[in-house]
Design a protein around this ligand. Sequence first.
Ligand code: SF4
Length: 340
Amino acid sequence: MAPTSRMLIEIPSDWPLVGCIAFGIIDRGTNILQVRPSSTCPLSCIFCSTDAGPRSRSRQAEYLVDLDHLLKWFKQLVKLKSSRSIEAHIDTVGDPLTYPRIIDLVHRLSEIPEVKVISMQTHGFLLSYSLINDMEAAGLSRVNLSIDSLDPDLAKRLSGTNQYEVKHITAMAEAIADSKVDLMITPVWVPGYNDAEIPKIIEYALSIKAGKLWPPLGIQKYCPHKRGRKPRGAKPASWLSFYRKLQELEHRYHVRLALRPEDFGVVKDSRIPVVFKKGEKVRVRVVGYGWLKGEKIAVPVRGDPAIITLVNASRVELEAKLPARILACKDGIYVAEPLW
Ligand code: SF4
């Protein structure tokens, strides 16, 4: 499959930074705020739920958010929270290490008094020793590092990337484990692909002393998504059988694998008010391209501070004003379709 080219959109400073899954900030009503400064990824994992990376077939645009713009919105959202212990979790629909100002982002987040934890989710392809040093100095608390196989050939295959060398990733894992930054290894368990690797990854995580403050492992269940990539023959486990297998492994290795919100100090908190209801009709102005083919980005004409992703909108022109119906509004992420 040949890599596809797509446009890079630098988010204008007048776009709200809430409402879109692909960039900005997501608030799911806890003391964690998800921070999404960029959307690109250097890998093309064969199980990727967001169809990221050079081999993506469904994406048409990638995004980059200006650092000051992002921090302005982040600080406004922190003010809405009653918790004085906020976790800034940098987890994009790609890999956050593609953000050119990732160190500045960590540093500036660490200067916000309410932010007590800064964590990042990555597959680690872009990590280097100097980047780890810089992230440690900037105040990063934890890296959630996905290592899906320790076998070099399988790891390459799962990453969908010939240049992927798991040796490099394990060297980086060990450097993180030796630093002040905590390490949690977070493999995606893809049934039929890396079943035999999961015990080895657990042994590896324990051997390098991952998990100083938080659990050493966060095994992720493979869940196929409508627009994500689905590896041939991978049958998703039910949640019941997934947790049963985790329990067996917990007994074998004496390590907690079925994680709970309390393991991360997650508490419920106030959330950004959801400004629309499912089914509601709203007049929008189209301001840009959505991340997936056929989508556009819009803002409400009545001025609510929210981004709306318009689906089935290939024929809708930029700057058009039109009515749309809200199809989904979970966690303040708005999806609508044009009505005309
Ligand atoms: S799973 Fe993560 S690292 Fe792999 S392609 Fe998707 S976003 Fe990139």
